[in-house]
Design a protein around this ligand. Sequence first.
Ligand SMILES: [Ca+2]
Ligand SMILES: [Ca+2]
Length: 133
Amino acid sequence: MTELWVDGAPYVPPTPVEIDVKPGSKMNPVVGRPEGVVKVALLSSPTFDPLTVDGYTLTFGKTGKESSFLRCDAFPADFNRDGLDDLLCEFSFGATGLAVGDTSAKLFGKVGTTTIAGTDVIDVRPMDDEPGE
Ligand SMILES: [Ca+2]
Ligand SMILES: [Ca+2]
């Protein structure tokens, strides 16, 4: 069996986690304003507690590797009403590499030595087009 090595360590594929760009919105319209903020909820599952993620390892954007992290809420909330508390984090749109016409966004982060990965749809709108929900 061939082992893939990355940066001197065996490659372990990221653990998929569920994320929700703009909780409460399905199409996730985001105005492409450089100073804008994109809210992304990290959704809990029986095997994933977002509070165990080190916020400063979170990257989010077109490829998921963009250093756009701003902050996470201090208090978790249950955004998808499944009884498990989720964590809302904020990212700087200008650093996401996302542009008008992009339809998906990715997120990576670390829990200890485990890499997590999530993706969601996004609808990047021109700056003169205020989005509906
Ligand atoms: Ca959403
Ligand atoms: Ca939840």
